[in-house]
Structure formats: C-alpha cells, structure tokens
Design a protein around this ligand. Sequence first.
Ligand code: ACO
Length: 401
Amino acid sequence: VIDVRKLYANTGMFTYDPGFTSTASCESGLTYIDGDAGVLLHRGYPIGQLAEQSSFMEVCYLLLNGELPSAKELADFTTTITRHTMVHEQLTAFFRGFRRDAHPMAIMVGVVGALSAFYHDSTDINDPEQRRIASHRLIAKMPTIAAMAYKYSVGQPFVYPRNDLSYTANFLNMTFSVPAEDYKIDPVVVDAMDKIFTLHADHEQNASTSTVRLAGSSGANPFACIAAGIACLWGPAHGGANEAALNMLREIGTVDRIPEYIARAKNKDDPFRLMGFGHRVYKNYDPRATVMQKTAKDVLEKLGVNDPIFDVAKELEQIALNDPYFIEKKLYPNVDFYSGVILSAIGFPTEMFTVLFALARTVGWVAQWNEMISDPAQKIGRPRQLYTGPTQRDYVAVDKR
Ligand code: ACO
C-alpha cells in the first residue's frame, strides 16, 4: 500500500507555492518590476518615460523586437499594423450569433478564439514568419473586434477601419462614429487613450499572461492562446478591477462618505476591499497610477467634464495614503484606480473597460508567447500539486457501503 504523503519525500526538490508568489515560471527579457520601489521597465525603459514621451505603436515595436524603432522602422511597422486592421467579413455573422446583452468580454473570448478558423496561414507556431504575421494580426484586429463588440451591444452598425488614422484614433472612430455623424477626434482624448494602452501593454507574469504562456506551451495556435488570456483577464481580481473601482467610486458618491468606506475596508469582518488599491507585486505606488492620475485631470479638463467621482478618488487616495492600516499593509493605488474615471469621461460604458485592457495587453501576450516559443529551454507547462486526498484504499462494492 502506498502512503501518498510519502510520495513527495522521493521527488527531490519539491515546492508548494500557492498563487506562485515566489516561483519564476520562465526567463523573460521583456518587463522588469521592482514592487518595493514602484519601478516598471519595458526592455529597460521606465514606464513613465514611455507613457509620456513615446506612443503605443512604438511600445508595441519595442516589446516585440527588443529595441526602440528608428523613424523608418516605426513608419513601416505602423503601416503593417494598419493594413491588418480589417477582419474577415464572415466574422460579422459570428457577432450576430450573440445575444445583444452579451457581455463584450464574452464576445471577445469567442471571436478572438474563432480567428484561428479564419487565418490558417498564421497558425504554424514553428515558423517564425507565421508567428510574426499572427502577432501583427492580433495587435491590429483587436481594436476592430473590440469596437464591433461595442457596436453590437448598442445596436449600431459596425464602422470599418480607416487607414488614414493612427491606431488609437482609428479605434475611437470605429467605436464612437455613427452613420449620421463622424466622431470628432480630439487629440487630448487620443493621447490619453494611447497612454492607457501603453500603461497596460505588458506586466510580466500576471495571471492572464501566465495563462497565454501555459496554453501556448502545448503548441496551441496563437489565436486560441490569446482567447485563453482574455478569459483569464475577465476576472474581477485582474482585468475587471477598473470596472469595480469605478462602481465603488460611484457608490461612495460624495467626499463626506469616504470615511465610512475606509472603515469598511479596514474591518476584518467585512469582505469589502478598496477596489483599485493594493497589488500582488507593488508594495509602493504603482508607477502607472501616477500617469493615470495626471491623464485623468487632463482629459476631464479638456472635455469639460465635472465628474464628482474624480474628487472622491483624489480624496480617497489622500486619506488612505495617510491611514496606518494602508501604510502598514503597503496598499497604494494601482493602475485601475484612475483609469475608470478617464474611460468613463471619454464615453465608454463600464462593460467595455476590461475589453480595452485586453486590447492593450495583446501586445504583451503575443510578445511573451513569441519569447516562450523561441526559448530553447521551453517545455510544456505542467505544475505539480500537493495531494491532500485519501491514501490508497480498496474499492468496496456498492451493496457493501
Ligand atoms: N482594501 C483593503 N484591504 C486590502 C486590500 C484592499 N484593496 N488589498 C489587500 N488588503 C489587505 C488584505 O485584507 C490583507 O489583510 P490581512 O493581512 O490582514 O489578511 C492584506 O491586505 C494582504 O492582502 P492579500 O489579498 O493577501 O494581497 P494579495 O497580494 O494577494 O492581493 C490584490 C492583491 C488581489 C490586488 C488585492 O490588493 C485586492 O484585492 N485589491 C483590490 C482589487 C484590485 O484593485 N485589483 C487590481 C489589481 S491590478 C491589476 O490586475 C491590473
């Protein structure tokens, strides 16, 4: 008879690490995070510099290729992405199979997964050229699919991509234009949206990226892997947090109600948490939240939006930053705390927030997937477990139980 609990004594080094808080699953040259210092670098460049001085297209190139592009490389890359923004016309029929009130993330999981059935010429993962084309297709088509998901949910006709617009302006145009009236593209809004995309582009081995790598480690095609990443991102503890943060700010409503919610967050018997606060890795101010706060101010000013929840957010942050509970637990605003305020001011409904996160994170997912496939040490991901069930025993016939 095998004593299952003794099994682990013979397996050499065996670690039990729930949530993988201290286990590296891979090597990666893409993104560095120092959570204690509040530092985030992509290929060595600080996120603040990239968000303020670069563009999302440039960051995509950097993540995929390892270096910042020359002016010509950037122009060529932008042209390539622009040329891939159209989706197969048959996909429009696919959308129509969903209920109107389907959550756009449900549509995203289905439609992005279905891309594998449309683009057979870029699913051979052993061919670097096919991997490159699949990566470009995914980055280019995500805005189109995201905008279509939105249009479908509000019952408006799909708007086709425009090659004369930038990546981000084209997305806004596809989302907000209606046949009777073109969306008025405001450079401040485009800049804010581009920053939001940059701030979400990659974040090392978070749950959805690990999901993409795990799915990809079996040799699954890139479209299926990204669909798996989207499904994981949907959860409220991950990509769904900015929706939850905005809902919380709206629920608080006015500055005078903040102490009530701070008290609830500190009460061990109350499951309530301050959404948009705290992070598994950052035990300091999330550097992305710094850019988000400034961007929120710029967008609200430019659009003339006087949303009281921005005042609630700023005041809540100040109170929490000076409260011993939050100081002791090192809970600071994360990227999601202010992003909902900006997206709401631009006109996105909350159900679209996670979709926008997925759109931006696609480049990180495909860059990580490519890095994994190119790594000679790559193996199929196969975590072990610490078995806690019964030890070996003999089957008992049903009439003897
Ligand atoms: N409000 C109040 N207390 C909190 C919060 C919060 N937002 N976050 C953590 N805590 C407390 C916990 O109650 C716990 O207290 P305890 O030690 O007395 O038990 C302690 O801080 C540590 O919390 P954990 O959940 O163990 O920390 P972990 O690193 O696993 O969780 C997480 C990180 C999930 C992000 C958490 O801080 C949280 O739930 N935040 C709110 C949701 C959110 O904003 N998510 C977005 C993450 S960023 C992203 O996905 C892009």
